[in-house]
Design a binder for this molecule. Structure first.
Ligand code: NAD
Length: 488
């Protein structure tokens, strides 16, 4: 079988290499988290398919990198148009594949996927390479294509996270080999169709399906890969960085988080509670989620009571239903992992305020939105990424204690601060260890801004010019004021 039928959409489950569909001897079964039903058998690539794809990409790189930037941009715009036309199909397939809410896919995620292509197509043209002269010598910086880019991504937002790396790589003139997540591999295949229809030359974009330890590891270790863009867990990120480092291949790592959401007594309590409950979005499978609620002692009782009211009102259910707030988690293994963390925290002395088990009315993968308090300082539930609908609540007195708790993990992806005092907001934001700090808000994102994590949350920043600094080879050219014979 080389096709999966998902919500009426035919998806080719083979690789896409050099502009052709390629099968593998082996396959793996893709399962929908909505009902744990098999969706299809997907090609299981390994070193041979990766080598084929990297060769195809290397061969296509010469032509694509030499294509004028404006022409490349036109094709990226055509890809964006193709995504816009297929928003409904992409949304249905992504929801079946990873269990995220269909309404989010339709309204925000897939439009953002298209925007990734338009934004980076246009941004390249806005980079200004002029630098101050050196003693009358003119300096000019350019962002040159660097070669084949490996893009490896997780399942929690598969197409959005992949295209946020694929689009700038293609825009700068690189060729791409993508290894989609094995738990949600299908929309990458649809993207290959869309890119081909948009006129992207064969071999410029390739997809090799497969498992991380097989296809992913072979891709990162391939000697002809010029850049590795990896999004995933910190544990995998360490092995990816080690393999890439062995060949001095530059890596950009967007890894996990254990972000803090701080609520000071002077905060707008409605706003703080509304944002706290949003941390259950995507069933807690959001790298940026503020899963550690840190609340000033004097308002902790009120905050907790109001948050519990909001949790009780969350509608858990089928992610295709418009009214659903919280859908399933991705797999049995992930649910067991989440439940293990919760059960151990209770044994170590934490107190359960909400949830704490699977919602059996809905099947095996719907973990109830969970709130824990009184976890012992330094315990794993307070320091390790759970990646499920589990929040912890701790209290503090004053800014110093709040910052000590907030900065007390090995991660540094994001932080949220709720306060009515502007001076406090600036003081606290300045001392938080985080790639992004949101003050009185959450998830306000713009592609012009830098994105990435401190500490174990990643290496590097992407977004705007930062993306091109990574995918391109940045070159400074110095022109002497003399020695010219002709202007032509
Ligand atoms: P994961 O690390 O298990 O897998 C991510 C990808 O890496 C998958 O495609 C997988 O097949 C591949 N992979 C696995 N082992 C590999 C290896 N040895 N070599 C090369 N590739 C390999 O992560 P996951 O469970 O799919 O995703 C969840 C994680 O992703 C969480 O930690 C989450 O915080 C993180 N994440 C980070 C961001 C961010 O922008 N910082 C965004 C989304 C998710």
């Amino acid at each position: 079988m080389s096709t999966a039928q998902v919500a009426g959409v035919d998806v080719d489950t083979r690789h896409w290499i050099g502009g052709e569909r390629v099968a593998s001897a082996g396959t793996f079964t893709d399962i929908s988290p909505i009902d744990e039903a098999p969706i299809g058998d997907v090609a299981r690539g390994g070193p041979a398919e990766i080598d084929m794809a990297v060769r195809a990409a290397s061969a296509a790189f010469a032509g694509w990198s030499g294509t004028p930037a404006a022409q490349r941009a036109e094709i990226l715009h055509a890809i964006a148009d193709g995504i816009d036309k297929r928003v409904e199909e992409l949304s249905q397939v992504e929801t079946a594949d990873n269990g995220s809410l269909l309404r989010s896919h339709r309204r925000s995620v897939m439009p953002r996927v298209a925007h990734n292509f338009r934004f980076f197509a246009d941004w390249l043209g806005h980079l200004d390479g002029q630098q101050p002269d050196i003693r009358e010598h003119r300096q000019h910086v350019s962002w040159c294509p660097s070669g084949v880019t490996a893009v490896i991504t997780p399942w929690n937002a598969p197409l959005m996270l992949a295209t946020w790396r694929i689009a700038p790589a293609l825009a700068v003139g690189n060729a791409v080999v993508a290894k989609p997540p094995e738990l949600a591999p299908l929309t990458a295949s649809l993207l290959a169709d869309i890119a081909a229809d948009a006129g992207l030359p064969a071999g410029v974009f390739n997809v090799v399906q497969g498992l991380g330890a097989e296809a992913g590891a072979a891709l990162v270790a391939h000697p002809d890969v010029a850049r590795v863009a990896f999004t995933g867990s910190a544990g995998t990120g360490r092995s990816v960085a080690a393999a890439a480092g062995a060949q001095l291949t530059p890596v950009s790592l967007e890894l996990g988080g254990k972000s803090a959401l701080l609520v000071f007594a002077d905060a707008d309590m409605d706003l703080a509670v509304a944002n706290a409950v949003e941390q259950y979005d995507n069933a807690g499978q959001v790298c940026l989620a503020g899963t550690r609620l840190l609340v000033e002692q004097s308002v902790a009782a009120e905050f907790t009571q109001r948050l519990l009211g909001r949790i009780a009102a969350l509608a858990q259910g089928d992610p295709r239903e418009e009214a659903t707030n919280v859908g399933p988690n991705i797999s049995r293994a992930q649910v067991e992992r989440i439940d293990g963390y919760v059960a151990r925290s209770l044994r170590y002395g934490a107190r359960l305020l909400a949830g704490g088990c699977v919602n059996r009315d809905l099947g095996g993968l719907y973990y109830r939105p969970t709130l824990l308090t009184n976890a012992p300082p330094g315990s794993e539930i307070l320091t390790e990424e759970i990646f499920g609908p589990v929040l912890t609540l701790q209290t503090f007195d004053g800014e110093d204690e709040a910052l000590g708790l907030a900065n007390g993990t090995r991660y540094g992806l994001a932080a949220m601060v709720f306060t009515g005092n502007r001076d406090r907001a600036e003081r606290v934001a300045a001392r938080l260890v985080a790639g992004t700090v949101w003050v009185n808000c959450f998830f306000v994102r713009d592609l012009r801004a830098p994105f990435g994590g401190a500490r174990q949350s990643g290496i590097g920043r992407e977004g705007g010019s930062w993306s091109f600094d990574f995918y391109g080879d940045v070159k400074n050219t110095v022109y002497a004021p003399r020695g010219w014979h002709t202007d032509g």
